[in-house]
Write a protein that binds this ligand. Structure first.
Ligand code: PRX
Length: 661
């Protein structure tokens, strides 16, 4: 056997998709933008001084901090010695400065009922709720689980916890009783705040029965506090257990409307948020107070260019980190007026979001690529029927946004001109980490562009070396940042092992990325999903984006499956845009496979392609490629507990329109 003395290095991940469209900032927008290019220079010159300046300017402290950062890798403490209350910073200080009348939330229930909550209302309601928590025996440091629909009492409950220093753990209302009890047990929560249910797709969706089931195996819970949202709409009524279950109205309404916020340490645990690991047990990601408040509020103001009179709408669920940072803490700290919507985008029809934007003159919309692609599938006619001219900035988060979805978003929602901010971050990072700054950054569709000022990102190969520009590799973060996770609850070893052990001194995000020749960052999806075809390491994202660039396609997912010749072969699952000419025929399948070959490379041409009506997704909208791999290989499905809609898998299995080599 001969050994090649100069082997061609195999790139960590191939760079296939070339996107050369560019959108420089509109000069009129740039002239009024919150962010400036100088921020990058200031942050680079002295990151700690940069964050310290901002912390002093933006946070109302009870006691100033003495040390900006204590970095005992991988354990960080920010703004050490400082004391503050985050609920005070989100509410009371605005009221004290005369903004009590300002709307904090325009809440819209799915059936069409509405509530307007000002900062003064919020101060009263949060204070009453804080007093109720105290009456129920919750003390500073006790954990509280929150399991609620998207109603105003959800942020009120979080802020009441923050006000007394009881870390909350919000469990998304779509999760099962089992998921709820697992999280309660892990953090030994004392109280669950919940509701009788919420409205979803035109129907009442009860929640309390799942709480009752979860509590059968949650001995640490002493009480539940239950908001009445559905009332008589719950068939048979909501069962309440004497001595344990308390109606919100019964206890909160009679509390005094004032409560002195507790002064807490900068590093006090604000909340825990569970994120599913690739293996078994979910990780309780720990976030602390001051650094998180700074990271969430500063990025919110810069990335979305939020102005005092803007109406801002983040369409995520508060149960995800996006909701924590960009529906609750970031916007409230900035005294921003937000829209909070209870329901789904398709109820009563696909025009619902656009109606809300028209009604409330929304200026900023922040949502996920999965929602944009769902709207793309339905067609632009719904958006075109509404006046969206109030919109100024459009955001995307949660998955890579395919260039065509980006362009669709800008054209049909953003009148072809509004800046799009594709923001990369994670539950663990707490704040946006890679993003354009509107008015400053020239964007490219599909690229999250550059790290936020003060953030240091690298793309490395498996030996830890920086990949030259134009190449793909693994995304790492190289310096601590204020909103970073402080650990995994109760498991410092798992924290070290998961994030800090693969490359010493660097935070390993688990995502693939490439940097183009101009240094723009392109996220390539989870490293676990990378496929190895004939020795080429291919990211799912680029092939999916190539498929979505065909005018017939709304959404696509690709996965690898074993292949005797190439090692792995690419299988594609495709959702067509609705339209008379888009038929799921073998001929269209062949056309799409060839389209990928010409658009990016013959090595990326899917071997098999299947048309599907839907894709398996997590409840936060991410495609579950792991399950698609199981389907493609005819295996029994792995863990499906995070699957949003179990019926989708059967639909795909029973589907026929396949095309293959
Ligand atoms: O894979 C990346 C993807 O979502 C992961 C983090 O998920 P989660 O903790 O649920 O937080 C989602 C909301 C912040 C990342 O590791 N992701 C998130 N935003 C983007 C993204 N992938 C590409 N582009 C993005 N803008």
């Amino acid at each position: 056997m001969s050994i090649d003395p100069f082997p061609t290095p195999t790139p960590e991940i191939e760079n296939l998709l070339a996107e050369d469209r560019k959108f420089p900032p509109d000069p009129a927008f740039a002239a009024q933008a919150n962010a400036t290019a100088e921020l990058y220079a200031e942050a680079e010159a002295d990151p700690e001084a940069f964050w310290a300046r901002l912390a002093r300017e933006r946070i109302d402290w009870v006691e100033d901090f003495h040390t900006t950062l204590e970095w005992d890798l991988p354990f960080a403490k920010w703004f050490v010695g400082g004391k503050l209350n985050i609920a005070y910073n989100c509410i009371d200080r605005h009221v004290e400065r005369g903004l009590g009348h300002k709307v904090a939330y325009h809440w819209i229930g799915e059936p069409g009922d509405t509530r307007t909550i000002t900062f003064a209302d919020l101060q009263r309601e949060v204070s009453k709720a804080a007093n109720a928590l105290l009456e129920l025996g919750v003390q500073t440091g006790d954990r509280v689980a929150i399991y609620m629909p998207m109603i105003p009492e959800l942020p009120i409950a979080m802020l009441a916890c923050a006000r007394i220093g009881a870390p909350h753990t919000v469990v998304f209302g779509g999760f099962s009783a089992e998921a709820l009890s697992g999280r309660i047990s892990d953090c030994q929560a004392k109280l669950v705040i919940t509701a009788d249910g919420g409205w979803r797709r035109g129907k009442p969706a009860p929640l309390k029965p799942a709480v009752d089931e979860a509590l059968e195996s949650s001995p640490t819970i002493e009480h539940t506090l239950v908001v009445r949202r559905l009332g008589d709409a719950v068939e048979g009524g909501t069962a309440m257990q004497d001595g344990r279950d308390v109606w919100w109205d019964d206890i909160v309404d009679r509390q005094p409307p004032v409560h002195e916020p507790v002064a807490l340490d900068s590093e006090h645990m604000l909340y825990l948020l569970y994120t599913s690991g690739t293996t078994a047990k979910p990780k309780g990601i720990v976030h602390s107070t001051a650094g998180y408040l700074l990271g969430a509020s500063f990025t919110h103001e810069m990335v979305f260019d939020v102005k005092p009179d803007d109406v801002y709408w983040c369409a995520a669920d508060v149960g995800w980190v996006t909701g924590h940072s960009y529906i609750v803490y970031g916007p409230l700290a900035n005294a921003t007026t937000s829209v909070l919507y209870e329901g789904t985008p398709d109820t009563p029809d696909w025009g619902r979001w656009w109606q809300i934007i028209e009604d409330y003159k929304v200026n900023i919309l922040y949502c996920a690529p999965t929602a944009i692609r769902a709207h793309m599938k339905q067609g632009a006619q719904y958006a075109q029927a509404h006046d969206l001219s109030s919109l100024r900035v459009l955001g995307s988060v949660g998955e890579p946004i395919n260039p065509v979805a980006w362009l669709w978003y800008q054209k049909h929602i953003g009148a072809g001109t509004k800046p799009i901010v594709d923001t990369w971050w994670q539950t663990e990072t707490g704040m946006i980490m890679i993003t354009p700054l509107p008015g400053v950054t020239t964007t490219k569709p599909g690229s999250a562009t550059f790290p936020f000022p003060g953030i240091e990102v690298d793309v490395i190969d498996s030996a830890g070396n920086t990949v030259p520009l134009g190449g793909g590799g693994l995304l790492v973060l190289k310096r601590p940042w204020p909103a970073m996770l402080r650990g995994i609850y109760g498991d410092p070893e798992r924290y070290k092992e998961t994030y800090w052990s693969r490359f010493p001194g660097m935070y390993f995000a688990g995502d693939g990325a490439k940097r183009d020749l101009e240094g723009y960052l392109w996220l390539l999806g989870r490293v676990d999903d990378v496929m190895n075809v004939s020795g080429h390491r291919l990211s799912t994202t680029e092939i999916e984006s190539a498929l979505v660039s065909h005018p017939a396609v709304a959404e696509a997912a690709v996965v690898g499956g074993p292949d005797p010749v190439t090692g792995e072969a690419i299988n594609a699952f495709v959702i067509l845009r609705l339209g008379p000419s888009n038929e799921p025929t073998p001929a269209l399948g062949d056309e799409l496979r060839k389209h990928v070959a010409t658009k990016i490379s013959p090595i990326a041409k899917p071997k098999g392609l299947m048309f599907v009506p839907d894709l398996p997704k997590t409840r936060s909208g991410k495609i579950m490629r792991r399950l698609l791999r199981d389907i493609a290989q005819g295996r029994a499905l792995g863990d499906t507990t995070t699957l949003a809609d179990a019926g989708v898998v059967d639909l795909i299995r029973s589907n026929t329109g396949a095309s293959e080599d």
